[in-house]
Design a protein around this ligand. Structure first.
Ligand code: C5P
Length: 220
């Protein structure tokens, strides 16, 4: 299993500094707000230290998503996210235009509580909806699925072609932030995740290298 660091909520200087420190330890780095702030130049900068996962969570008409995916793929990113709820035609268009990059479909955000899932998707059972969105994305050709580690077991049974990437990773089950459906790195590994994404437990730590080492130790 590979470890990806989410470089969220920090500026370019801190992100590049952190990436250079963790370079040898991790698969690569995920960018979201930094991509908006710095544009594609941040991808080229981070490529010096590892692979890059662009996480814009695209959700738009197929043609607009095609344009964004094409330009992102040209920068040398390895992974790009779209929302599964954007529908099959949108996902197919993303996959067709992803060149060397792989398309990951986000099912339901790991921050969603059952109440939020019900308000947004009109269902009371999060897992059923996650499986439905996962199947839709797999049939449309997505390479991987982004899901909560708590949904790995269900998705592994129901889907055959895709791999899984899980955010919502915490070193213990207690979480005081916005994440709700979380697991530890070891639990995600045992559940069959190909990649885990860890953000704040590392970026907000006083010693990011030590926390990274601890995570790696717990999964090797
Ligand atoms: O800081 P934390 O470890 O919670 O970061 C998790 C990262 O994964 C964030 O960048 C968030 O946008 C992303 N993500 C998520 N849940 C999803 C998809 C992506 O938390 N379903």
């Amino acid at each position: 299993m590979e470890l990806i660091i989410a470089l969220d909520g920090i500026d370019k200087k801190s992100a590049v500094e952190l990436a250079s420190k963790l370079s040898d330890q991790v698969w690569g780095f995920k960018v979201n707000d930094l991509l908006l702030e710095e544009g594609f130049s941040i991808i080229k900068e981070l490529r010096k230290y590892g692979k890059v996962f662009a996480d814009p969570k695209l959700h738009d008409i197929p043609n607009t998503v095609k344009n964004s995916v094409k330009k992102l793929a040209d920068t040398g990113v390895s992974l790009i996210t779209v929302h599964a709820s954007g529908g099959p035609r949108m996902i197919e268009e993303a996959v067709r235009n992803s060149s060397g990059a792989e398309i990951l479909a986000v099912t339901i955000l790991t921050s969603f509580s059952p109440e939020e899932t019900s308000a947004v998707y009109g269902v009371s059972n999060t897992k059923d909806k996650v499986l439905e969105l996962g199947k839709l994305a797999e049939s449309a050709g997505a390479h991987g699925i982004v899901c909560s580690p708590l949904e790995l077991e269900l998705l592994k049974k129901g889907l055959k072609k895709v791999y899984f990437l899980t955010p919502g990773i915490r070193l213990s089950r207690d979480t005081s932030d916005d994440q709700r459906r979380v697991m530890t790195p070891k639990e995600a590994k045992d559940g069959g995740a190909k990649y885990i994404v860890v953000g704040r437990p590392i970026t907000e730590s006083d010693d990011p290298q030590l926390v990274t080492q601890e995570i790696i130790k717990s999964i090797t």
